[in-house]
Design a protein around this ligand. Structure first.
Ligand code: SF4
Ligand code: SF4
Length: 429
């Protein structure tokens, strides 16, 4: 019954979103993306629709736990659909347990969303708080069709196949990480009310892969901060041993042992073949994820979620199989390193260009365009500009012609062509 209600809620939320767009377009309420809290509020002091959603989610999590994730999040719903479909096709992914489910989303949250916006604030503090519910427009953070489809496929489906239940929510989602602290303090939790027969149903049913059975028998409640208050565990308990209950926060017990790595979990005979621990490789896996993630992040329009989704799946597979498939693992690593070199070349090229260090910028950008799989007009224009400033009109013209070939409709080349022509004329005279 609870599961049906939850499915109805997840479907209902999406119908409401579509109805809102149909009735009011995208003008009344703008983007409701969680990152608005960081990009709009922390950075610019703007309270928009996304900021209000985050505040509501934070406050309600303090009371009810992360029910927002379990009852309203579209991306959680996609992963549950993926799990259901995989099971329908007879595929039973193993759910991986690792400390990375805490470390990696927190790293993504701090590195990509908190630190850059806090630094920006300190460099140019906002003067007053503004309210603007309609901006940015509702689709502002949606990627294009190809990147959007890849993100949907990799972070919604493939990640569930490779990492298990709610692979994206557990291993990557920074918004889930943001809600972990209020979730720890939440008044309502799944609690042991007595009579558990240790059948393991609750653990098997948990869509986030929490060992509910272990936690309620050892801690008297579910303490895992990934709990989304979906209540599926209660729904499937044959002896009504657990309930979603309020407790006065002053009487609530908080012990460090509730939250630290616990190797005794997932040992019930009925569930242990559904989970696998990769804890022993956590450190090396984390380093490899960072290396792979940063080597592709931002390339070809890929956002953090897609690049780190690919990196996490790949890193875990490499750590798992490199002894058996050393050649394939090495080739995959080389592919990532190649893209890392492209990214490094672009980064250093643009950085040096902005610092007017043209010789270094030319060196990096020439390499970037030589190895980048797709011709990029913007880099040819930068190179043309720098060669022109260095009085190398032959190379300036060459790059400008290449830029024009890539993007013939652009009009910005005309001025530089004129400048090159007149300089050449002056030099010939
Ligand atoms: S512990 Fe229970 S309420 Fe929490 S996510 Fe798992 S099934 Fe849902
Ligand atoms: S489903 Fe109920 S009886 Fe079975 S392990 Fe969980 S709490 Fe105990």
């Amino acid at each position: 019954m609870i599961r049906k209600l939850r499915i109805a809620s997840l479907v209902g939320v999406h119908i409401l979103i579509l109805a809102h767009i149909y009735l009011w377009g995208d003008e009344v309420i703008g983007s409701v993306d969680f990152q608005e809290f960081f990009h709009a509020f922390i950075k610019h002091g703007v309270i928009n629709s996304g900021v209000i959603i985050v505040i509501i989610a934070f406050v309600t999590t303090l009371i009810f736990g992360r029910f927002f994730c379990g009852w309203a999040c579209h991306f959680g719903a996609v992963q549950e659909l993926a799990w259901w479909l995989l099971n329908k096709f007879g595929l039973k992914p193993i759910t991986l347990n690792s400390s990375l489910v805490t470390i990696l989303p927190l790293f993504i949250l701090i590195n990509f969303f908190i630190l850059p916006n806090v630094f920006y604030y300190f460099q140019s503090p906002w003067e007053k708080i503004r309210i603007d519910l309609g901006m940015p427009e509702i689709w502002a953070f949606l990627p294009g069709f190809i990147i959007g489809s890849l993100t949907f496929l990799i972070d919604g489906f493939l990640i569930v196949y490779f990492l298990g239940r709610k692979g994206f929510c557990r291993f990557l989602c920074p918004w889930g990480s943001f809600l972990k602290l209020p979730n720890t303090l939440a008044f309502f939790k799944v609690r042991n009310i007595g009579g558990c027969i240790k059948c393991g149903n609750c653990t098997s049913n948990c869509p986030v892969g929490i060992d509910v059975s272990y936690e309620i028998n050892n801690f008297d409640k579910v303490t895992n901060t990934n709990c989304t208050s979906c209540l599926d565990c209660i729904d499937g308990c044959p002896s009504n041993a657990i309930a979603y209950q309020w407790k006065n926060p002053i009487e609530e017990k908080f012990k460090l042992s509730y939250y630290v790595l616990n190797r005794d979990m997932y040992n019930l005979d009925t569930i242990k073949n559904k989970f696998k621990s990769i804890h022993k490789d956590d450190f090396i896996t984390f380093l490899l994820i960072l290396l792979l993630g940063f080597s592709i992040d931002g390339l070809y329009g890929m956002g953090h979620f897609l690049s780190f989704g690919i990196a996490t799946i790949t890193a875990i597979q490499i750590i798992k199989f490199y002894k058996k498939h050393i050649i394939i693992s090495s080739i995959v690593l080389l592919v990532f390193m190649f893209h890392g070199l492209i990214k490094f070349s672009i980064w250093r090229g643009i950085e040096n260009y902005e610092m007017n260090n043209y010789s270094s910028s030319i060196w990096h950008l020439e390499r970037a365009i030589a190895i980048h799989p797709k011709p990029i007009g913007k880099f040819h224009v930068l190179l043309a500009q720098m060669y022109f400033d260095n009085n190398d009109f032959v190379n300036a013209e060459k790059h400008l012609l290449l830029a024009q070939k890539i993007n013939p409709n652009h009009t910005s080349y005309k001025e530089l062509f004129e400048k090159i022509k007149s300089k050449k004329n002056i030099n010939e005279k």
